[in-house]
Design a protein around this ligand. Structure first.
Ligand SMILES: NC(=O)c1ccc[n+]([C@@H]2O[C@H](COP(=O)([O-])OP(=O)(O)OC[C@H]3O[C@@H](n4cnc5c(N)ncnc54)[C@H](OP(=O)(O)O)[C@@H]3O)[C@@H](O)[C@H]2O)c1
Length: 238
């Protein structure tokens, strides 16, 4: 999948990593970049096409897929997080809200764009997952559950989209220096959104179906093979 000449759509493109994806796509020679957001007036990057899209709204998703028939590269980037205990009194409500964005948002958007991608030669779907698809830190239980579910969803979508030649790439990364990570007490190196975007675009061009962006994602995956896997060994001391 070449970035040069591609026609890309990025969800949650108004800030954070989504914003970095739109800039990296333009720099990489994409022919058109649809920068989507709940509030499209927040899209300010010159050269992109701002589009309103709330990934939890089925009518919004259907209307956008109907209108943008030239897309061949879909970035499921939009995401939400909370920092709260899993056994807290609001946990169920928080988990449902996170599932709506981080799991059902990916499903709705991918399902709506699958025929568009098929008509345009297959193309690619990129799902923003996390190191927290594979490990849980204190306070991230609900978010991690949705990213684990989104990882399994990604693997299922890859199987179902293979016949139409759509590449499905899951991206795992530790902390990215964006609003989402701003309040995290975890003392890990943060990677810049620009670095993540550029690494992911290189991975897509190389045909990678899984991109491990940083040392955290690589260490967590490697930690599956330890006698006490990293996801079991996590301290609860925070
Ligand atoms: N930051 C990290 O450390 C980290 C690490 C691993 C993976 N990730 C993943 O990377 C992706 C990007 O995260 P980020 O760090 O850029 O987070 P961020 O700075 O908090 O930005 C989140 C983006 O998602 C959008 N969004 C939330 N709900 C939406 C909805 N219902 N419909 C459409 N857009 C919605 C937000 O739009 P509004 O401005 O309207 O809220 C915003 O544009 C997410 O999937 C996240 O889970 C982040």
């Amino acid at each position: 999948m070449n970035i040069k000449g591609s026609i890309a759509l990025v969800t949650g493109a108004n800030r954070g990593l989504g914003l970095a994806f739109t800039k990296a796509l333009l720099a990489g020679g994409a022919s058109k970049v649809y920068a989507t957001a709940r509030d499209p007036s927040a899209i300010t990057v010159p050269g992109v096409v701002p589009i309103k899209l709330d990934v939890t709204d089925p009518a919004d998703v259907a209307a956008v897929a109907d209108r943008l028939g030239d897309v061949n590269l879909l970035f499921n980037n939009a995401g939400a997080a909370v920092r709260a205990p899993l056994l807290g009194s609001r946990a169920e409500e928080e988990l449902r809200m996170l599932l709506d964005v981080n799991l059902f948002g990916v499903l709705l958007t991918t399902r709506a764009f699958a025929p568009v991608l098929a008509r345009n030669g297959g193309g690619a779907v990129v799902n923003m997952l996390s190191a927290l698809s594979w490990i849980t830190q204190p306070g991230t239980g609900a978010y991690a559950a949705t990213k684990a579910a989104a990882w399994a969803l990604t693997n299922g979508l890859r199987i179902e989209l293979k016949a139409q030649k759509t590449q499905v790439t899951g991206v795992h990364v530790g902390l990215i220096d964006t609003d989402m990570a701003a309040g995290s007490p975890v003392e890990l190196a943060r990677v810049s959104p620009q670095f993540v975007a550029e690494t992911v675009l290189q991975g897509i061009e190389a045909g990678q179906e899984e991109v491990l962006v940083d040392g955290t994602a690589k260490a967590v995956k490697a930690g599956f093979n330890a006698d006490v896997p990293l996801y079991v060994a996590v301290s609860s001391a925070r």
